[in-house]
Design a protein around this ligand. Structure first.
Ligand code: HEM
Length: 494
């Protein structure tokens, strides 16, 4: 390294050290931050975490410091909430104060607080309220969201039939269905499963998911000071998001040409109508940039999460033939084979309902949740959290709480059944998180999971390729999300 390079490096290190010391001493002066391990300059507590299995590290720290503790990712302060009581106290009892999205450097750099998932303040509030209303079916033409999901469930079954009982990796087929549901909601159209444009879209979404779950993205996010040295991650994420934005912008332009504000058919129509209604309001939050980024959010948040849950679910059922037999018995008794399942059936199918809940609990798709931030200086229990502090309200300790779910490490639908076989609700069921920032697609995802699982099992018996006892169900590594392991299975028509 030449002298110039060395001087720059020393200066950079000096600046980072100053930022770190100033943040740390601020915390110490107030003296009321939650306890936590002593951080190292530049690195914070990163060396105390097992980056391959963050859940284990977070639990060990909770044993030592209790349900609320402070960590440093580089110089960034993080307050971790571990367990049902403290997460509820924060996200529900003080919901408004915990409603900001926490800093996730890779998203901050590329998405820049636009759209519904990473926006904050008034813009986020308005776009979230509008999106929730639209997803609840208000004003999207005659076809209900349930009909759109039912139609897709039938297409999914047709595709699975084409596998002709041969061992099949379900990854691609199971990704198409939830992605098509988002297409139908956003722009009132669906793609054939072999459509080239659709394949490309799915590839982008999958690459994005893999990238965000990679070790490099973890370093980018957990050591923000070092992101200058990881330009490749930024470039890759930027490129994927730009392509997704372009895909949605094309659809928006088509809609603008033929917009009938009085008869909106899909999310984009509804949004464009809203833009027209607000055209004289100089402070309107409904601009094109927010629409495009919200569309990207719905694709990214709504495709891989649901398809990974479907993949996990089939794997768990495959491993437990006795559970599959009970599901078949209930479907045959309550629905039969001559009509498509509907969401109304759920109330009469406690076993299936319990299976779907248990799949979501056990799949634990978003173990760490998404980061939140506090909107103002606040107190939580005896501690002080300064405005802007990043919060990790972890979900896995709640989903695997051994007092609520005896034998939490076992896949067992009885976790959601009472002794009479009736469905039993649990406040600890929170794979979608809770509070003001909870998953916007919860209603849709729960409808999809019930209808897709029920329709698949109405039509097929799942058969494993080898001995079901040998099936491995755990992810190799747990980073931002849990990804199901590779497996194959046969779909035998019933
Ligand atoms: C099994 C499927 C799904 C799971 C497990 C899941 C889980 C989550 C979780 C844990 C969060 C973070 C909540 C928080 O910050 O407290 C979230 C946020 C979000 N999800 Fe989902 N999700 C699923 C499906 C969907 C679907 C189908 C959609 C699309 C319609 C969607 C759209 C979103 C959006 C837009 C956010 C950001 C909300 C905000 O910041 O206000 N999700 N989801």
């Amino acid at each position: 390294m030449d002298l110039w390079g060395l001087t720059t490096l020393i200066l950079l290190a000096g600046v980072l050290l100053l930022i770190f010391l100033s943040q740390w001493s601020q915390g110490l002066k107030r003296g009321k931050l939650p306890p936590g391990p002593t951080p190292l300059p530049f690195l914070g507590n990163i060396l105390q975490l097992d980056l391959k299995d963050m859940t284990a590290s977070f639990s060990q720290l909770a044993e030592k410091y209790g349900p609320i503790y402070t960590l440093y990712f580089g110089s960034q302060r993080i307050v971790v909430l571990h367990g049902y009581k403290i997460v509820k106290e924060a996200l529900i009892d003080q919901g408004d104060a915990f409603a900001d999205r926490g800093s996730i450097p890779i998203f901050d750099d590329v998405i820049k607080k636009k759209g519904v998932a990473f926006g904050d303040g008034e813009s986020w509030k308005q776009v979230r309220r509008f999106s929730l209303m639209t997803l609840r079916n208000f004003g999207m033409g005659k076809r209900s969201i349930e009909e759109r999901v039912q139609e897709e469930a039938q297409c999914l079954v047709e595709e699975l039939r084409k596998t002709k009982c041969k061992p099949t990796d379900p990854i691609s087929i199971l990704a198409c269905a939830p992605c098509n549901v988002i297409c139908s909601i956003l722009f009132h159209d669906r793609f054939k499963y072999n459509d080239e444009k659709f394949m490309h879209l799915l590839k982008l979404l999958n690459e994005n998911f893999q990238l965000l779950n990679s070790r490099w993205a973890q370093l980018y996010n957990f050591l923000p000071g070092f992101r200058l040295f990881l330009p490749g991650i930024y470039k890759m994420h930027f490129k994927i998001v730009e392509e997704l934005k372009h895909f949605i912008l094309e659809r928006v332009k088509e809609h603008q040409k033929v917009l009938h504000p009085t008869n909106p058919q899909d999310f984009i129509d509804c949004y464009l109508s809203k833009m027209q209604q607000e055209k004289d309001n100089p402070h309107s939050e409904f601009d094109l940039e927010n629409l495009v980024m919200t569309g990207v959010n719905l694709f990214v948040a709504g495709t891989e999460t649901t398809s990974s849950t479907l993949r996990y679910g089939l794997l768990f059922i495959l491993k437990h033939p006795e559970i599959q037999a009970k599901i078949h018995e209930e479907i045959d008794r309550m629905i039969g084979h001559n009509r498509a399942p509907s969401i109304k059936d759920r109330q009469d199918m406690p076993y299936m309902d319990a299976v779907v809940h248990e799949v979501q609990r056990f799949a634990n798709i978003a173990p760490l949740n998404l980061a939140h931030a506090v909107t103002r200086d606040i107190h939580l229990q005896q501690y002080f959290l300064p405005k802007g502090t990043t919060i990790f309200p972890l979900l896995f300790p709640i989903l695997f709480d051994s007092k609520e779910f005896p034998n939490p490490e076992r896949f067992d639908p009885k976790h959601f059944l009472d002794k009479n076989g009736k469905f039993k609700k649990s406040d600890y069921f929170m794979p979608f998180s809770i509070g003001k920032r909870s998953c916007l697609g919860e209603g849709l995802a729960r409808m999809e999971l019930f209808l897709f699982f029920t329709t698949i099992l109405q039509n097929f018996t799942l058969k494993s390729v080898g001995d079901p006892n040998e099936i491995r169900i755990n992810s190799k590594e747990v980073r931002i999300t849990n990804i199901p392991p590779f497996y194959e299975l046969c779909f035998l028509p019933r």
